[in-house]
Ligand binder design. Structure first.
Ligand code: PMP
Length: 444
């Protein structure tokens, strides 16, 4: 019996007992190869790391916590400067928090406060995208398009305007280039802004590479720069959610660098603390920070644990390790290698419709029929069956699908640690192939 209310109330998952590098061991001694960084693209430099351990112990011996209204701290200041130093010019302020949902709440509130400070309080609406996920708190859930996660809480959520995601595999027409498709998808944003009235719209929020709800669907070339241009045309703030795809995972420090855009606000978490500590951050453009400074002069927002000294020291050690070990470039190279292995092993599989992603953030879309792209019956929950079979085969993967946004689809997401070795990547592919075949066998 467990006193924890688990997500599935009729099962208790295995207890994790120990982990090192890409290997996780449960309390029965079973070993799992971690193809998804702790299960959710978090453990970006693997499990256990001396440099992070040392930083945590040093900070523990100095001071773990003091509230930000009394003190700042060296690790918080250093981490903020470090993140800003990696970000494009203009993104020069940081608000810390303890995870992704909090980072998104912060972003939404900053966008709102900006417009109030600027004397345009009518700007409160948020445009977001279907088949997206931005977090579990009521604000973040309001801008997410994951219907099963929303349904129970519906009367409490605020109305966000949801437009189409950038999802080339299913949405690009045969007669369209990727670029033309991207422009068409982006045009939905302009339509939505005009429909709502630009003077009512505060911000648009999107993931550059959609993670949890769409199996690593990346923005096609030109999509985000068009989105940026549309936001600029109507004075709408651009919030990019890099909680899953950021922190080096795509082979860029920030995924949006590949798209050549600079957002007004960007959220990061997961890989920021690398799973050693709960950690999130919202990076803010000067124009927003300046408007707040010139207006009320204070952020009307805060969390008890923002800028937690111990958490900041750990995250700083993670980010330094990423740079010392050249892991952003490694993610790009290993991503190419993993993609190649997946194509070779599963590219012709009759139930693999698409292999996509950026860097070490790779999605596989499973289909009943490759030609028609017909999905499996959502009731079969193939993605969940593959996850269960992967666990049987000693492999951790991230499943997504079912009836997100009322559409069927099954995806598997791979996001191994940025320092995964080539032999580990090969083992992931081998175990995944077995798991997929076992799962399909179970469904028959
Ligand atoms: N945004 C994105 C893009 C995410 O992938 C997630 C988590 N899967 C969140 C926000 C929410 O983060 P958290 O679960 O840490 O609150």
């Amino acid at each position: 019996m467990s006193a924890i209310l688990h997500r599935k109330t009729d099962t208790v998952p295995p207890a994790v007992a120990q982990a090192d590098g890409l290997w996780v061991t449960d309390s029965d001694g079973r070993r799992y190869l971690d193809a998804v960084s702790g299960g959710a693209a978090v453990s970006a430099i693997g499990h256990r790391e001396e440099r992070v351990r040392d930083a945590i112990l040093r900070q523990f011996d100095a001071v773990s916590y003091a509230h930000g209204s009394f003190f700042t701290s060296e690790p918080a200041e250093e981490l903020a400067a470090y993140l800003v130093g990696k970000a494009p010019a203009g993104l020069s302020k940081v608000v810390f928090c303890s995870g992704g949902s909090e980072a998104v709440e912060t972003a939404l509130k900053l966008a709102r406060q900006y417009w109030v400070e600027r004397g345009e309080p009518g700007r409160g609406k948020i445009i977001a995208r279907r088949q997206s996920y931005h977090g579990a708190t009521l604000g973040a859930l309001s801008v997410g398009g994951n219907l099963p996660r929303r349904a129970l809480y519906e009367p409490l959520l605020f109305e966000a305007e949801l437009i189409a995601p950038c999802y080339a595999y299913r949405e690009r027409r045969e007669d369209e280039t990727e670029r033309d498709y991207g422009l068409r998808a982006a045009a939905e944003l302009e339509d939505a802004i005009l429909r709502l009235g630009p003077e009512t719209v505060a911000a648009f929020i999107a993931e550059p590479v959609v993670g949890a709800t769409l199996g690593c669907a990346p923005a096609v070339d030109g999509y985000l720069s068009e989105v940026r241009a549309i936001c600029d045309r109507y004075g709408v703030l651009l919030i990019l959610d890099e909680i899953m795809c950021g922190s080096g995972r795509t082979g860029y420090r920030f995924a949006f660098e590949e798209d050549g855009v600079v957002p007004d606000i960007v959220t990061v978490a997961k890989g920021l603390g690398g799973g050693f500590v709960p950690m999130g951050a919202t990076l803010v453009h000067d124009r927003i920070a300046d408007a707040i400074a010139a207006g009320s002069g204070a952020l009307a927002h805060g969390f008890t644990y923002m800028g937690h000294s111990l958490a900041c020291a750990a995250a700083l050690a993670v980010q330094r390790a990423v740079d010392e070990d050249g892991l952003v470039a490694a993610a790009a190279a290993s991503g190419t290698a993993l993609r190649r292995m997946l194509e070779a092993s599963l590219g012709q599989h009759r139930h693999v419709g698409d292999i996509r992603g950026r860097g070490l953030f790779i999605g596989i879309e499973l289909v009943a029929d490759r030609e028609t792209k017909a999905p499996f019956d959502p009731a079969a929950k193939l993605h969940a069956v593959v996850k269960a079979s992967a666990m049987e085969n000693g492999l951790m993967i991230y499943p997504s699908g079912g009836t997100i946004d009322g559409r069927a689809g099954d995806h598997i997401l791979l996001a191994p640690a940025l320092n995964a070795r080539e032999d580990e990547l090969a083992e992931i592919v081998a175990r995944l192939g077995r798991s997929l075949d076992n799962a399909l066998e179970t469904l028959k």
